[in-house]
Write a protein that binds this ligand. Structure first.
Ligand code: ADP
Ligand code: MN
Ligand code: MN
Ligand code: MN
Ligand code: MN
Length: 362
């Protein structure tokens, strides 16, 4: 997507400042957030009376699904069901962010509501205490659609100095990354850390470990916060798995997984038994591991080949890696390195549950 490269397209957040501490006279702004039909986030605001302490106090709402790729124009109402609330780092005070599920008029989950099935799988296997930690890689683009800070013509120097880089010319937009980190902490999103990535203008944040459905919820909220923060800086976030073809790293969504059994002494046995299950369902997993992932999973740039499953200890070229310290301790977690950065965490973690424990009986 190419945006008009004019500074006038960026709003003046300095001017906003003097309005922010105006009293709200007992009313709360609730930002209803949902996932659209293109893997993006959408939101709109509703005024509610008084503070909201429990998501159950919030009413359903609706929107025009024909404008978001979620419904046909002649039957466009899609319903928003609030599922979780978070403190709003932008408006602060009692104002809240409200994560919603999308439902159709006939009372069935919307086609793009991947949370519903995922939540059922998590609930059915809650006693396994599944934990997930996802490493979300992403790329910052300027308004011209090029990676932020890259020369207008040509390319930056080859990869090497940028990963976890420090210093001018090695990293770009640390301000956005810092702002996002703070926003996540304020919003109670369990952000585990951040680092600059191998390709310049590419970064990573990790969310987790979170139990069950919470991972998908918190990762989506972290994505919302990132888009929303970057908007104020006039920078575009892309989750494209291979934003620049050639000798530039793609962007992934490494998925770290453990269950109660795996975390106990001798848990490595359980981890290894899951490797066999994963191998048998490689195709099913790849189907939900992101669009355009074949451009990223070439076998080069720390990826495995998309067509075959393999696993190894400390092997960053494998589909699944068992961290060295877990192999040594005989317990812990494993890392599925296949998911692309644009994959849906509900689909990833749901598929993982199905492969480990089977589906939910109807
Ligand atoms: P990498 O070495 O692959 O870059 P990171 O440090 O970026 O790893 O991310 C590791 C992720 O694994 C973090 O999100 C962390 O929360 C998660 N994690 C750690 N322990 C567990 C566990 N027992 N189960 C699931 N996830 C875990
Ligand atoms: Mn209207
Ligand atoms: Mn990482
Ligand atoms: Mn990474
Ligand atoms: Mn990783």
């Amino acid at each position: 997507m190419i945006y008009k490269a004019e500074s006038t397209t960026i709003s003046n957040t300095e001017n906003l400042r003097k309005y922010l501490d105006l009293p709200q006279k007992g009313f709360t702004m609730a930002e209803y957030i949902w996932i659209d039909g293109h893997g993006g986030v959408r939101s709109k605001t509703k005024t509610i009376e008084g503070p909201c302490k429990d998501v159950k106090e919030l009413s359903e709402w609706n929107f025009d699904g024909s404008s978001t790729g979620q419904a046909p124009g002649d039957n466009s109402d899609v319903y928003l069901r609030p599922v979780k609330i978070f403190p709003d780092p932008f408006r602060r005070g009692d104002n809240i962010l409200v994560l919603c599920e999308c439902w159709d008029h006939d009372g069935t989950p919307n086609k793009f509501n991947y949370r519903h099935d995922c939540a059922r799988l998590m609930e059915a296997n809650a006693k396994q205490e599944p934990w997930f930690g996802l490493e979300q890689e992403y790329t910052l683009l300027g308004l011209d659609g090029r990676p932020y800070g890259w020369p207008k013509q040509g390319f930056p120097g080859p990869q090497g100095p940028y990963y976890c880089g420090v210093g001018t010319g090695k990293v770009y937009c640390r301000d956005i990354v810092e702002a996002h980190y703070k926003a996540c902490l304020y919003a109670n999103v369990k952000i585990a850390g951040i680092n600059a990535e191998v390709m310049p203008a590419q970064w990573e944040f990790q969310v987790g470990p979170c139990e069950g459905i919470n991972l998908g919820d918190e990762l989506w909220m972290a994505r919302f916060l990132l888009h929303r923060v970057a908007e104020e800086f006039g920078v575009i976030i892309t989750f494209h798995p291979k934003p620049i073809p050639g000798d530039w790293n793609g962007a992934g969504l490494h998925t770290n997984v453990s269950t109660k059994d795996m975390r106990l002494d001798g848990g490595l046995k359980t981890i290894k038994s899951v490797m066999d299950k994963l191998e048998k369902r490689h195709v099913e997993h790849i189907k939900v591991y992101g669009e355009g992932n074949e451009a990223r999973m070439t076998g080069a740039h720390e990826t495995a080949n998309i067509d075959k499953f393999n696993w190894g200890v400390a092997d960053r070229g494998a589909s699944v890696r068992i961290p060295r310290q877990c192999a040594a301790a005989g317990k812990g977690y494993f890392e599925d390195r296949r998911p692309a950065s644009n994959a849906d965490p509900y689909q990833i973690t749901g598929m993982m549950m199905e492969t480990m424990f089977g589906g939910v009986p109807d």
